[in-house]
Write a protein that binds this ligand. Structure first.
Ligand SMILES: Cc1cc2nc3c(=O)[nH]c(=O)nc-3n(C[C@H](O)[C@H](O)[C@H](O)COP(=O)(O)O)c2cc1C
Length: 347
């Protein structure tokens, strides 16, 4: 089973950090990796999502992960959507939800759809909590804090960029080693529903504003799936001057239905859910490799952090061998907490 309990609310899960297996006796070195001017003990990390607060970060920090991401926070408190928030997907048909969670799913094969709505604690709360999280990590571990802007009624792109920058500044002040600008979330300002990264000009405005606010502090941007290599290239080239790195790919946005065709996540604003886990690997791998190819071609030189469907140690190794600077997991962290330890032991 997974350590996140899909039958419980997000708030319940956040308040109940998991009882994880003990730190393995044998935890060989990483291999160490140099990233953002720091020596990191292991290139396997946890992406935004599984770690909603310092207690969860502390629980996982013992288990050998080199990068730990504090789940996306905002400038205003926001509740999660009501349940369901996580449904298991049918094998081979990820847009169709299983009627019930499988009893003993194979961690390497789990594919699920996520619809949480980017909840956030109040800024006063998360700013204090990020400080606690940083204090619980070792020298060789990197704390990434993911931030998202919140559009205000009547607000424009400038307001949104300012809001991203405010969160980024708070995250950096609280101790984030790296600030992750979450661009793979819905842009609710436009006439057509779109993800922010799909609007290059808006994305550039946001990361430009964050860079001006943070000075030389490390900043990365999280991207979703682009429809073509060209789109990815154009987006990355536009954003690279403001960034220290990219993390991709966020879960694939799909309409997810139950077996009778009814939406698996009823409610306004929940038309699309993020499919995560094993089944999205090939899609994500191709996109990460495309970005690595553009970097090799010399367009820009920025870190590339791979995420999306990395549910086996072999996949993590393949992404690193392909040139990714780090391999991050969300689903595997929840389904297989000892993932980083097994990666280190398999060397
Ligand atoms: C329970 C859960 C919550 C997530 N929450 C966030 C989030 O707050 N911010 C974000 O950028 N991505 C979030 N994600 C997406 C993951 O960071 C990751 O991009 C995606 O799950 C694909 O990786 P995976 O196949 O290893 O799960 C979440 C994923 C899961 C499973």
């Amino acid at each position: 089973m997974t350590v996140y309990r899909p039958a419980r609310s997000f708030a319940w899960n956040a308040g109940h950090p998991p009882k994880l297996p003990a730190r393995p006796r044998r935890l060989p070195a990483g291999p160490p990796v140099s990233l953002f001017g720091r020596q990191i003990e292991c290139p396997v990390g946890i992406s935004a999502g599984p770690l909603p607060n310092a207690q969860w970060i502390q629980a996982y920090a013992r288990l050998g992960y080199g990068l730990l991401t504090y789940k996306t926070v905002r400038s205003v408190a926001r509740q999660a959507f009501v349940q369901p928030n996580l449904v298991f997907c049918r094998l081979g048909e990820p847009s169709v939800a299983e009627a019930r969670a499988p009893r003993n799913p194979d961690p390497a094969a789990i594919t699920w759809a996520v619809s949480l709505g980017l909840p956030s604690a109040d800024p006063d709360e998360w700013r204090a909590d990020v400080k606690r999280a940083r204090a619980r990590l070792g020298e060789g571990q990197l704390l990434i804090v993911s931030v998202a802007g919140t559009p205000m009624p009547g607000g424009d792109g400038e307001q949104l960029a300012e809001d991203y920058a405010r969160c980024a500044q708070w995250a950096a002040e609280a101790g984030a080693d790296v600030v992750e600008v979450h661009l793979s979330c819905p842009n609710t300002m436009g006439e057509h529903p779109q993800m922010i990264f799909e609007d290059k000009a808006l994305s550039a405005r946001i990361v430009g504003r964050v860079r001006r606010t943070l000075g030389s502090h490390p900043v990365i941007a999280k991207l979703g799936a682009t429809p073509s290599p060209r789109t990815l290239h154009e987006l990355a080239t536009r954003l690279a001057p403001w960034l220290d790195g990219f993390i991709l790919v966020n879960g694939l946005q799909r309409r997810v239905v139950k077996q009778d065709g009814v939406p698996a996540f009823p409610g306004v604003g929940r038309e699309l859910a993020g499919i995560s886990g094993a089944a999205i690997y090939e899609h994500c791998r191709v996109q990460v490799e495309e970005l690595i190819a553009w970097r090799k071609a010399g367009a820009w030189n920025r870190a590339i952090l791979a995420v999306g469907g990395i549910t086996t140690v072999e996949r993590a190794r393949d992404m690193l061998a392909a040139g990714a600077d780090a391999a991050l997991v969300a689903t595997a962290a929840l389904a297989d907490p000892l993932f980083a330890a097994r990666f280190r032991q398999a060397r």
